[in-house]
Design a protein around this ligand. Structure first.
Ligand SMILES: [Zn+2]
Length: 116
């Protein structure tokens, strides 16, 4: 069968957004979810696939879930004081400056994007 369900966004990405050899490689190696992400990022920010790795952080159920994951990754809460951590303020600060989210058109979660 092959991929006969290319969307308008993916067609636009293929036509205008695969500028370098690396872009073509990245797009061809991507699975369907990643192709959807690439095309959505090109649609929103004119980012090509090889650039998208830097800004796309993954799909999450919510901004709060991403922010909580980031806390664990950084490891700033490995103390007895972790119960006092303000997750809402942390999430608000992150998404006020460095991150934003878009509805992923492939998986019904939100895609988290980091500003450069
Ligand atoms: Zn997704």
């Amino acid at each position: 069968m092959g991929n006969t369900t290319l969307t308008r966004m993916e067609t636009t990405l293929i036509r205008y957004g695969l500028e370098t050899y690396q872009d073509v490689i990245d797009f061809n190696r991507a699975d369907e979810h990643a192709k959807a992400i690439f095309s959505q990022l090109f649609d929103a920010y004119a980012e090509t696939p090889s650039q998208s790795y830097y800004t796309y952080q993954g799909c999450y159920k919510s901004e709060e879930e991403f922010a909580a994951d980031l806390v664990n990754e950084i490891g700033i809460l490995e103390s007895d004081w972790s119960n006092y951590f303000d997750y809402d303020k942390w999430t608000n600060d992150l998404f006020e400056r460095d991150y934003t989210s878009l509805d992923c058109r492939k998986c019904d979660e939100v895609m988290i994007v980091r500003y450069e």
